[in-house]
Ligand binder design. Structure first.
Ligand code: ATP
Ligand code: ATP
Ligand code: MG
Ligand code: MG
Lengths: 256, 256
């Protein structure tokens, strides 16, 4: 049955979507059956996989708000083994509508249930906030993956995120654990980056992935071609780092 | 009477807080009376100015939810001429509470009214979302400043932001205009960055500031010392860029 991971951090621009798209790509490339759920109204994961968020069809909004079956929303991507539940702009208004529903924090968890046997891993790309969409992701997940940019301001919000995780674990989802902390956009040349790496490893010795993701321009170019870095620049430093992360990830959370 | 600007973009990590803090610093340095309102629950602007968001005292949350007078929340910063209304963690729960209030989009606009004569410029640092806090900022403002990171994914969300601005202008704040578009973290060495600069200048020929903000590690180090780049590294490329931006800004929106 599928293991479900939310990729979340309310700090903006830390590499949530880049991690979601490229980690999924390398896991699918290794033969796993992977589903990515784009729960960010910006629909960056959807665009990064070459799918137009404005195209007609069922999106995550229809699944959460209109109770459409999630299977209707699942789209194939260019990568065999990787499927996507796309986001669209309607999702921007979803939080207000979700707030009035019964069991509003569990809408996503219930919606994903029919898919449990079809995938090895399900990943949820969350928006940069701790609102109802992200809480839905944390309630549906077995674990959270926290990308942390190697910048000072990225450290600031971690304690707020951890206390939100505690609350969700207490009243909504007792199995939620910190599955991993991932250091992103590291730059060995700057003191600040090295300091953040040391700080995070000290605070999260067990959870922090060995794999560091370096700053690599190929990673930021790939989405403009609607490709993952696996297809766009497989020999780049960014691709090799996400490939190593996928291997480390499968070691921590073996399939089946 | 004060001109009010919201610094907003739902894309995360594009330089909203860095622009808010450093533009305010150079405007105050040029002799203007400036107020910065930190309306992001992450409280990054508060931290960047050396103020602890956990310290006791009135914060923006108390002003919006408990109707405390905004003067109670105004704090002095280390820079003469620059005052701050700090954020704190309570703000993370504010949107749900605000949603139930009458005229919920105008809470900030009404709260700031008593301050109109005391400042030349008021800036509002918004969180990375288009929720009720950001809508409050757009409703209170005369203009919006849109930081755009020189990255492909940062372009994606602009049309969504523009349509939100249209809606706010139609039903909440008829005077709201796009005061400026600011290109941030530009890197002349990469094709992607240059392409984004050209695209944005072509789409927003009148609004885009001449000043480009380059990627500069001093800008990301300054917050860890609780200083603006004006105090931390005044000769750095980042500081010179924000100094030039402040001059260009005063030319566009002269005081009084
Ligand atoms: N390791 C990296 N090297 C270089 N650029 C990167 C790297 N990781 C991400 N980026 C770029 O940095 C920007 C922010 O990354 P991304 O959009 O993945 O972050 P996010 O946390 O999903 O943002 P948001 O908070 O808006 O959802 C993007 O333009 C992306 O292409
Ligand atoms: N021109 C620049 N050069 C180098 N680093 C920068 C620059 N501008 C911002 N940064 C760094 O990039 C990160 C993101 O910037 P910042 O936090 O200001 O963005 P933001 O849009 O306010 O983010 P959020 O969406 O989380 O509110 C921060 O760590 C900041 O220090
Ligand atoms: Mg994202
Ligand atoms: Mg910010």
């Amino acid at each position: 049955t599928a293991q479900i991971f939310a990729i979340a951090n309310q700090k903006g621009g830390v590499g949530k979507t880049t991690t979601a798209v490229n980690l999924c790509a390398f896991l699918a490339g290794a033969g796993c059956r992977v589903l990515l759920v784009d729960s960010d109204p910006q629909a960056n994961a959807t665009t990064s996989l070459g799918i137009d968020p404005r195209r007609p069809g069922t999106s995550l909004y229809d699944v959460l708000i209109d109770n459409r079956p999630v299977q209707e929303a699942v789209s194939e991507t260019a990568l065999p083994g990787l499927s996507l539940v796309p986001a669209n702009l309607d999702l921007a208004g979803a939080e207000v509508e979700m707030a009035a529903r019964m069991a509003r924090e569990q809408l996503l968890s219930k919606a994903l249930q029919p898919l449990h046997c079809q995938y090895d891993y399900v990943f949820i790309d969350d928006p940069p906030s701790l609102g109802l969409i992200t809480i839905n992701g944390l309630t549906a997940a077995d674990g959270i993956i926290i990308p942390v940019q190697c910048e000072y301001l990225a450290l600031e919000g971690l304690s707020q995120l951890l206390s939100t995780i505690q609350q969700v674990r207490k009243v909504l989802n007792g199995r939620l654990k910190v599955a991993g902390v991932l250091l992103t956009m590291s730059d060995a040349r700057t003191k600040l980056s090295t300091q953040v790496v040391d700080d995070v490893r000290a605070h999260f010795p067990l959870e922090t992935f060995e794999t560091l993701i370096p700053r690599s321009v190929r990673l930021s170019e790939a989405p403009s071609h609607g490709l993952t870095v696996l297809s766009y620049a497989p020999e780049s430093a960014g691709a090799l780092a996400y490939e190593a992360l996928a291997a480390e990830f499968m070691g921590r959370f073996p399939v089946g």
